[in-house]
Ligand binder design. Structure first.
Ligand SMILES: C[S@@+](CC[C@H](N)C(=O)[O-])C[C@H]1O[C@@H](n2cnc3c(N)ncnc32)[C@H](O)[C@@H]1O
Length: 277
């Protein structure tokens, strides 16, 4: 998790925690490919009605609250950061919920962890934006990942994004049709539009700083004959370019504060040049 190591408590011993909360952690997710629903079902129950993935789950608050509300659904909470896995597992243990499993895993490898049609939903909650063009390949909200997700989603399944980042949201809007998905809905103020949705740690934290939540849901449609990345990959391209609009941006998306300042300076220098010439 971005900046998390800086906030690690002094006595935090990762191995100890991973062991202490090990009963809710699945260290080898590929092992359960194709049988998550049955393998994780509570004693006596045959299977869960659905399996959903919280990809980049962080400390797990969203998955836990969602799991509390939908006991028939198995939530797989996955993160590539061991520290997040440890925290999420602690919170799952404390919740006592039988329908969340925490998994260390990289979103680049979902097809190794889930079989075709196994997932009914993938949540991308505040995914790391990786704003620079050269890091675009690491984004979860991009065409390549959406193409991967097609292989593990069931008919009518959804990919849902929630983010504080207007540029990442607008970028994903370009990726949805490129990967042959149909947009189900979008919201530029999801907290107002869906006040009852569970919120994640980032949502709470950034919301308190004035962030708006952008959200969308998309479902796999017909695969385009020709698949090609045609969108601008730098998220800076998706920020407003107009000085007045940049100045009116009260909140700069997480991870893009410096970019916003640079663009603002550039735009005001340009305005000053134009005024003197
Ligand atoms: C900004 S945090 C959001 C965490 C949580 N979803 C929330 O909303 O509070 C992004 C998370 O995605 C995880 N992440 C980034 N790239 C990943 C990847 N390729 N696979 C799995 N997790 C990833 C990070 O470790 C981090 O915990």
């Amino acid at each position: 998790m971005h900046g998390m190591h800086a906030r690690l408590p002094k006595n935090f011993v990762l191995e100890e925690r991973l062991e202490r909360y090990g009963q809710v952690i699945e260290l080898d997710p590929a092992l359960w490919r194709g049988r998550w629903g049955e393998a994780c079902a509570p004693l006596g129950a045959r299977s869960f009605s659905e399996v959903r993935l919280d990809l980049g789950c962080g400390k797990g608050a969203f998955a836990i609250e969602a799991a509390r509300r939908e006991p028939d659904v198995l939530f797989v909470a996955m993160d590539s950061e061991p520290v997040c896995v440890a925290y999420a597992a602690q919170h799952v243990c404390e919740s006592g919920l039988p329908n969340v499993v925490v998994v260390p895993g990289n979103g680049m490898r979902v097809r190794e962890f889930f079989s075709p049609g196994e997932l009914s939903r993938i949540y991308l909650n505040f995914p790391t934006p990786f704003p620079r063009k050269r890091d675009a390949g690491k984004r979860m909200a991009c065409m390549e990942r959406l193409l991967d997700f097609r292989d593990v989603l069931s008919a009518g399944a959804e990919v849902r994004l929630r983010t504080d980042s207007q540029p990442l949201f607008d970028f994903m809007l370009t990726q949805v049709p490129l990967a042959g998905y149909d947009l189900l809905w979008t919201s530029r103020d999801a907290r107002a539009d869906f006040p009852d949705e569970p919120s994640s740690e980032y949502e709470e934290r950034l919301g308190a700083q004035g962030a708006c939540v952008y959200a969308l849901a998309a479902t796999p449609g017909e695969l385009p004959e020709h698949i090609e990345q045609t969108a601008e990959l730098s998220l800076a391209e998706y920020l407003p370019h107009d000085l007045a609009e940049l100045e009116s941006l009260g909140y700069a998306p997480h991870g893009m504060q410096a970019t916003v300042v640079n663009l603002r300076n550039r735009a005001s220098r340009k305005a000053a040049r134009e005024a003197t010439s």
